[in-house]
Design a protein around this ligand. Sequence first.
Ligand code: AMP
Ligand code: MG
Length: 494
Amino acid sequence: MPTKSSSRADLPSLGWNLEQTYKQLPRVFFQEIEPATVSAPDICVVNQRHAERLGLSLRDLPDKEAARLLTGQHLPTGAKPIAQAYAGHQFGGFTMLGDGRAILLGEQRTPSGELFDIQFKGSGRTLYSRGGDGRAALGPMLREYIISEALASLGIPTTRSLAVATTGDTVYRETARQGAVLTRVASSHLRVGTFQYAATLRELDNLRSLADYAIARHYPELVDDSQRYLQFLRAVVDCQASLIARWQLVGFVHGVMNTDNMTISGESIDFGPCAFMDTYDPATVFSSIDHGGRYAYGNQPNIGQWNVARFAETLLPLLNKDQDAAVEIATDVIHQYPAAFQSYWLDGMRKKLGLQSGEDSDAELVQQLLDWMQAASADFTKTFDDLSTADLSDDLYRDERFQSWHARWSVRVDRERSASLASDDLMRSVNPSVIPRNHRVEEALLAATRDNDLRVMERLLAALESTFERDERYSDLRLPPPPGQSAYRTFCGT
Ligand code: AMP
Ligand code: MG
């Protein structure tokens, strides 16, 4: 196990206000470990705005110091680094996992009183590294940075990225790559897999400690509830139904919805082979290893239910002393997931079509549009964007099937006249214009990793910040990929 002697001499305070609440859990839940020493840290990108939200003032820090800080070479005051234990179903198979290449510094208490995990990803081996090197390559860390910030701009719950710094060390994947560390910010890193890990320990006290900790951290209103574990299960099921609906509404394909990549907080996490869909097709898969399409776009809602069912299983001993009764209680909650998902999804789809009221035939109206999009190979984001701006100049829209759908939709929208917000304003506020399209992300990563040119990525990030604004400066980034560039693949084990 590589150890290191991180410098603990103090930097000017910078606003660190780290707590160690997770460390109050029993020792089986973590390993104390310091980030590995790296040879030549260098800053790549720092999310200054997000730093400020956390109460950190990194702006005046010289680059060299920032690079040492953001690769774990100079630990901030109050950091007590650990790797977290967890397990998970990976493509359906259960495995013991844990932070194999991530180290938690602690939880930052922000000026407004919120608590956020500060975690390094790619900072060396831990007890849970198994055969891995504990490192991360620059491209995939920048990719996580771009995607997480894009989801945040879209208003979708997600972990955030504070910085990416290169280590100066080489990481070996299919080829030699530049090593990097991503600083990730999360409302916690508690996963369904953390509960699966606790359940395998077969000690009720451990499981209860974890559940009580998660409830206090994420659902404090339930702490004194006499049925808090049941309410906790309900809350997690509900926030996942909501989250996955929101992914569907922007065409986001996570790519590795293993139970270790599903949070208890309802934030999106772990952006490996994820991508945004261009042409609409429920069978869309980007991950090179997802041969069966388990995590295809159209399958995400079902997988969400499968995952929360695994979560419910871990809570059984807390739900009722009698196992059969516990199973009945849990099953009932899991059965509510499809209706919850459908309701979040339909509500979101209505907004995408400028509808604030609900009519029984709306689901069918939405489905008709999706069916046309699939048959016509229409671009998902562009279609909703074009409807929002009433720009139907594309030849595609001359199609008779689209025209007849459009006529039906126009009549439906007309019935919204009394709504408080104009339909087109509503549509423009929920339908993104710029998303991190695969070909644009690849372009940005190539420039950054091959040419050390960060400008392409910085421009993409700037455009993503105003994803709903239809800023003319970024009109090129709105376009779908040129024909022939759409067979996109992403890779796991990044
Ligand atoms: P992920 O696919 O990133 O969600 O990771 C799945 C599991 O593999 C987690 O336990 C990670 O910590 C671990 N892992 C991924 N990459 C590495 C690596 N390079 N070294 C050690 N562990 C890793
Ligand atoms: Mg993971």
